[in-house]
Design a protein around this ligand. Structure first.
Ligand code: ZN
Length: 121
């Protein structure tokens, strides 16, 4: 798990929602939030099966360009030597793809890349 998911889990009180039979985080008196599902494996590789990973939330906030095509959307962040390109379904909490792209390289984002990009800003 990334350090931002860790911080997020520590910062908020855990609450058992009897109705949905699941644990959630209490954000304020009236708002609750699903546990984030980190976008990074213990080795720091990208995992598409994620939800509101707090590192991805921060990267999304840096978007220089965003576009929609029906339910699909794409976000682009300018980074040194190229771009971080992220795709979402309906702009929801999951980030499907997160790729580092430049003229001579295309690969999946790693946790180290993500921390470096956030430090650069
Ligand atoms: Zn995370």
């Amino acid at each position: 798990m990334c350090k931002y998911c860790d911080e997020f889990m520590e910062k908020h009180e855990k609450y058992y929602n009897e109705l949905d039979k699941k644990w959630v985080l209490k954000i304020s008196e009236s708002s609750y939030y699903s546990y984030p599902k980190c976008a990074f494996t213990p080795l720091g590789n990208y995992n598409k099966d994620n939800w509101e990973c707090q590192t991805m939330v921060k990267l999304r906030q840096l978007e220089d360009h965003h576009d929609w095509n029906d339910d699909e959307s794409i976000g682009i962040v300018k980074i040194s030597n190229g771009y971080l390109v992220m795709t979402y379904y309906k702009g929801r909490g999951r980030t499907g793809n997160a790729m580092i792209m430049c003229d001579d390289e295309m690969r999946e984002l790693t946790l180290n890349d993500a921390y470096r990009i956030l430090e650069e800003r």
